[in-house]
Design a protein around this ligand. Structure first.
Ligand SMILES: [Zn+2]
Length: 85
């Protein structure tokens, strides 16, 4: 590899990953290794945000926070997400 591009080069390759309905994707739990559709996860919604837990081991897969003006997502509990085209 002779050089690098800046992050703008990710616009094309990441377009598939940030334009999908996550409930149709498959993710791998970092704790137990279960691979399952996000639609099967356990979701806990409150005023502070949304916590998504693995249906097999209860590990936190994702945390979503939405303040109205800004939104954050933490997918640290998922080691991989598969998007089917
Ligand atoms: Zn798990």
């Amino acid at each position: 590899m002779t050089g690098h591009l800046d992050g703008n080069a990710l616009a094309g390759p990441l377009a598939d990953f940030f334009s999908f309905d996550i409930t149709t994707t498959t993710g791998r739990c970092n704790a137990c290794g279960t691979v399952a559709e996000f639609a099967r996860a356990m979701v806990y919604m409150s005023g502070a945000g949304t916590v998504v837990r693995c249906a097999t081991c209860d590990h936190v897969l994702a945390v979503l926070v939405d303040t109205g003006e800004r939104a954050w997502i933490d997918l640290a509990g998922v080691s991989a997400i598969e998007v089917r085209r």
